[in-house]
Structure formats: structure tokens, C-alpha cells
Write a protein that binds this ligand. Sequence first.
Ligand SMILES: [Fe+2]
Length: 164
Amino acid sequence: MLLPYRELDCPHVDQISSDVWEFINQQTDVMTVSCLRKHFTWNFIDVRALIVGVTSLDAWFRSLGLRLRDVAATVTTSSKGLEPHKDEPPVVAKINFPVFNTRDTWNIWWDDHGREIARIQMLKPMVFNASITHGVEMGQNCTYPRVVLSCMFIKEPKHLLEIP
Ligand SMILES: [Fe+2]
């Protein structure tokens, strides 16, 4: 049995978020009008370019013994949020890193009977169990667009979801 999520300590989270935000705006087309027209977009980012462009993010992952394999920026532009779903197998443990406007936005997990089992506002990075039904709810006071990095690793950090 694995936890739905676990928040991770990241002393320089605000600086890293702002570095990633700058990278996304300057070195990708994620925030272009055509991308933003979609309601909730999953945009793969060139991992090599991200590692080189935002060394602070890679350094933090390396401090956890993790090496990035794939990264996607998820962008939410409307109050609809993200419907309950499970991610495609086989990856279970991903790390979600807040980038922009995550305040008053909520990650929620449900059991197989549709009962809510966990809910958290993503102000810190978290290891995230994508095999449990989950979604995103936008609060009354959130700001758009909301941007989060979904990070997948060469060896997935399932150990961080184990119950201590
Ligand atoms: Fe998901």
C-alpha cells in the first residue's frame, strides 16, 4: 500500500519555481496562445534543455538521488480543473513541482468508491501516486494560468510513497 502523496522538503522552492517559469516562457512554446487555447494541456518539455537551463531543479533532484527521464508542463486556464482519472501505467510515482499560481488549487485523490481520501494545495513539490484516481480542483481565489511540472525519473521514486 502506497500513500497518495508526500510533500518534499525543498529549501529553494520559490527560486526554482521562478527559474522554471522563466525557462518555460523563454525556451518553450508552452505558454503560446495556441497552447493556452486548450483547457488543460500536457506539454512535454525537452529534458536535456531543462536540465541545462534550470540547473537548480536538476541539482535538487540529484540531491534526492533522482535523474529526470521525462517532464511535462501541465497548464490549467479555466475553473474546470482536471477530471478524476488514473495516469497511464506503468509509472506510479511522479514528482509534481509547483511553477506558477498553484495557490488555492487542489490535488485530490479518491478511492475506488469515489470517496475523497486526500486533498492538498500544492505549495511544495510532492511525490505523487498517479495510480490512484486523482484530479485537480480550482478554488475561488486561484489565479490563471496554473502551471505545474510533472516529472518522471529513470528509476521512479516509489520508496518515497511508502508508509513509514
Ligand atoms: Fe494525472
